[in-house]
Structure formats: C-alpha cells, structure tokens
Write a protein that binds this ligand. Structure first.
Ligand code: UD1
Ligand code: MG
Length: 453
C-alpha cells in the first residue's frame, strides 16, 4: 500500500508579524516545517510533497531534496492548496495524508494511527480531532444525531451553538487517493472568503453517505497550532520537555530540565550531567560521563567522553576525551583540544589544535596555532596572529614552557622543550631546547634536558 503525504505551507502567516515565512520560524533549533516532515516520513511511503507559495524560494531552498515542492499561486485556501499536488501524485498512491505546516508538534505515531484507521475505513476520509476547552480558533466538528461526522465548520462562520462544540479539527487527514483527487475538483468556493476549504471535503463525503472516521487524539499538547509568536513559545516549551525527557530516559542527568535548552538533533551520551542554564545547539554530539554547565553555550561542536565544560562557550569546536574547560573559556571555530587538555578561565582558542595534555590555565588567546603534547601556556600568552592584513600560523612543539605574558608574533615556530621568559615578545623562530627572553626576545642559553629554569 502506497501512502503519499502533502504538507500545506503556502500561507503567509500574517499573524506572526514577520518577514520570515511562518513555516521557517525556528522550533528547537529547526524550522517548523522540518518537524512535520520528520513526522510524515514515519507514516508515508513516498517522498512528501510540500505546497509552497508565500516566499516560496526561501521555503524551497530550505526543503532541498527532503520533499518535492509544488507552487500554489495565488493562494486560494487549503482545498486549493491540496489540489496543487494532484498532477504530481494522482495515480501514484493508495492513500494521501494531508496536513498543515503550522502543526509542528504532531508526531509520526499520530500520522501512523491515522493511516491505520483509514486502511480499515470503508469511507474515504479519516481525520484527527481533539476535545479541548479552549477552541483556539480551530474548526468545530459537527456530528449527526447518530454520532457520525457531518461537517467541519470554521469558527468565523459557526453559529453560537456550533461554537460551543468542544471537538476540534486538528488539521491532519488521511484520504483514499482516488476519492480525494476527484473531490477536490468538486468543492465550492467558500462564499465568505472566496477560498476553497479542504475541510469541505468532509461534508462532501458525509452528504454522499460515505464514512468519515474521526480519530480523537488524546495528547492535547501535540495539537498546538502556530498562528502567533505566543503559540511559537508554547510549542517551544513542549518540544523542550519532549527532547529532555527522551535524553533523560536514555541516561542523561538534568538537574533542571526546564532551564536546559537542547535543540532537536543533539546527541548526548549516558551518564552525562547537564546543569541548568545550558544551551546545546545545532549538530552537537556529547559523549558519556561528561559534566556540562551550568551556563554553557555549545553549538555545532563535538565533545568526547568524561569532559567538563563549565560556564563556557563553544562554537564549531572539538574536545577529545577527558578535556576540561572553563570557567569562562571561549572555543571558536576550529578549536580542537586533544585528550587531557586543561583550559582554564578567560582563554580563547580559534582554528588551533592543542595537543594531548596541554595546559592553558589563564587569560590566553591562541589563534591559528598548533601546540604539541604537554606544553604549558603561561598566563596571559597571546599568539599575535594578525598583522593587520593577514593571519599567520604559530607552531609550538612538545613539552614547551611559554612564560607568562609572552607575545608570540606569527609566523613563528618554537621548537620542542624550549622556554620563553615572562613578558617575552618572540618575533623570531626559536630552535629546540632554547631559552629566549626580552623584547624582542633573544636566546640566552641552550637548555639541558629537564633544566628547571
Ligand atoms: C485550518 C483549518 C481548521 C483547523 C486548523 C488547525 C481549513 C479551512 N481550516 O485553519 O479547520 O482547525 O487549520 O490548525 O482548512 N495554506 C496554504 N495555502 C492556502 C492557505 C493555507 O498552503 O491557500 C496552508 C498554510 O500555510 C498553513 C495551513 O495551510 O500551514 C493552514 O492554513 P491556516 O490559514 O493556518 O488555517 P487555519 O485558519 O489555522
Ligand atoms: Mg493555522
């Protein structure tokens, strides 16, 4: 049995008051549309079709090859939008799921249940409804005396009696394909707004004596629709809880999930502790047994096992195993800290690799540098990597001791086991086993192995 899916995303979303199309507003770090596409893929057997219209090029660019996009121009309502998928999908599936891109909390399971219900339905439509005290502007489900579904009535045309109906249209349907493509051609323009409503297919089927199955959904939170930024924040809170719960059930400890902000798609290993006021975003992965936060901000980064990131910022950076960072460290793009690196307070690392066991305790800037194993970077060390026009590289060997407040003027190489005196301004390459001091720094003697000075 082939199941196609159509996602309606052509509307303007006027109530968002935004230059960005509604469906591209971010929820848990991903555009609203992404969440529904994920859910649809769990129930459909075919590649989804997204109906685009308002700011179509932006939406098409985001969708990429995750779905086929079809343009609806002009936008004449949800029925008209679904109809645009006809030429692409007619004859290609047995069932068609249709849903709206402003319902991002619906899970794959809800769509699966909908398809299963429709497979058993002798009639052409199964749809998701919800029973709620707050109608939130949703269409009302009108039932006949015998309990069968008669129609969906939109709030603005509903009679006071219909307005009091508590069963609402969620906006997720599974149709028998052949019936849908034919019926969409038969719905009439709505006299009030001049639009074609997808919801009118329900009345059409009911009038023809065909069964419409209403599957009453029990999770109210899944049916939050986004029309304003207030709804967006409500949905964000629900998603946050959902993501955190999944992580906790998979072995992550969170002291205060309500103040732990993990985006969709982040992976965190078992026995890692995430402390409050921490943001973990983008394509970040974190290993097992780590301590993250409080007050950490981590984006598109990879963290190994048993690392500590305390009150620090990381963006597009990597930590291998047993690394500890912070408080107040900043790791920028291309920072790569190997096993057992210690990076203390007020340090900044960019486009640099710190070899295994490097210690950089206090107030340093390391940019465009490679640092060999077990080297010590003294307090206040700066790689002067920018000459006003270009960036230059610094190469520091293994077991080097960089004295406090050293200025390393790049391009520069410092050989293994060398040392710089406190306050040295190093402008020339330093060979191995050499002590340099002063401004500009001069070699004053050759060092013996394990020389204490
Ligand atoms: C719709 C339903 C309502 C339901 C509610 C649930 C209709 C007529 N009404 O109302 O019964 O309770 O959703 O959320 O279907 N769109 C297009 N092209 C258009 C118009 C809309 O693609 O020409 C898309 C929008 O981008 C949006 C979706 O369809 O993603 C729903 O449109 P919206 O205007 O939000 O409908 P609601 O008023 O919420
Ligand atoms: Mg809506």
């Amino acid at each position: 049995m082939k199941v196609a899916a159509v996602l309606l995303a052509a509307g303007q979303g006027t109530r968002m008051k935004s230059n960005l199309p509604k469906v591209l507003h971010s929820l848990a770090g991903k555009p609203m549309l992404w969440h529904t596409l994920q859910a649809l893929n769990q129930a459909a057997t075919e590649k989804p079709v997204v109906i685009v219209g308002h700011e179509a090029s932006q939406v098409i660019e985001f969708v990429g090859d995750a779905a086929d996009c079809v343009l609806q121009e002009p936008q004449l309502g949800t029925g008209h939008a679904a109809m645009q998928a006809g030429p692409v999908l007619e004859g290609k599936s047995d069932y068609v799921i249709v849903t709206y891109a402003d319902m991002p909390l619906l899970r794959g399971q809800a769509f699966q249940q909908l398809v299963e219900t429709q497979k058993k339905n002798g009639g052409p439509i199964s749809m998701l409804t919800v029973v709620a005290e707050d109608p939130r502007g949703f269409g009302r489900i009108v039932r006949n005396d015998d309990g069968t579904v008669a129609a969906i009535v939109e709030e603005y045309v509903a009679t006071p009696e219909q307005k009091s109906i508590k069963e609402l249209n969620v906006g997720a349907y599974c149709f028998s394909a052949d019936w849908l493509w034919d019926a969409l051609g038969r719905i009439q323009k709505n006299p009030h707004k001049g639009e074609y409503y997808l919801t009118d297919t329900i009345e059409l089927a009911a009038r023809e004596g065909l069964a419409v199955q209403a599957l009453i959904h029990d999770d109210l939170l899944e049916t939050i629709g986004i029309n304003t930024r207030v709804h967006l924040a409500e949905a964000e809170a629900v998603l946050r809880r959902r993501i955190n719960q999944e992580l906790m059930l998979a072995g992550v400890t969170m002291i205060d999930p309500d103040s732990t902000y993990v985006e969709a798609g982040v992976a965190i290993g078992m026995d890692t502790l995430v402390m409050p006021n921490t943001y973990i975003q983008g394509s970040t992965t974190i290993g097992e047994g780590c301590e993250i936060g409080p007050n950490a901000h981590i984006r598109n980064s990879r963290i190994g096992n048993r690392c500590k990131v305390f009150m620090s910022v990381m963006e597009s950076a990597q930590l291998e195993d047993d690394v500890d960072v912070g408080p107040f460290a900043r790791l920028r793009k291309g920072a790569h800290l190997m096993d057992h690196v210690h990076m203390g307070n007020f340090g900044e690392v960019k486009d640099s690799t710190l070899g295994p066991g490097v210690k950089m305790g206090h107030f340093s800037y390391i940019g465009n540098a490679t640092i060999g194993a077990n080297t010590n970077i003294g307090a206040g060390t700066i790689t002067c990597n920018f000459d006003g026009k270009k960036k230059h590289a610094t190469e520091i060997g293994e077991d080097v001791f960089i004295g406090s407040d050293s200025m390393l003027v790049a391009p520069l190489k410092i050989g293994d086991r060398s040392r710089t005196g406190a306050g040295a301004v190093v402008t020339k390459n330093v060979p191995e086993d050499t002590l340099v001091v002063g401004m500009p720094a001069r070699a004053i003697r050759k060092l013996e192995k394990h020389d204490p000075d």
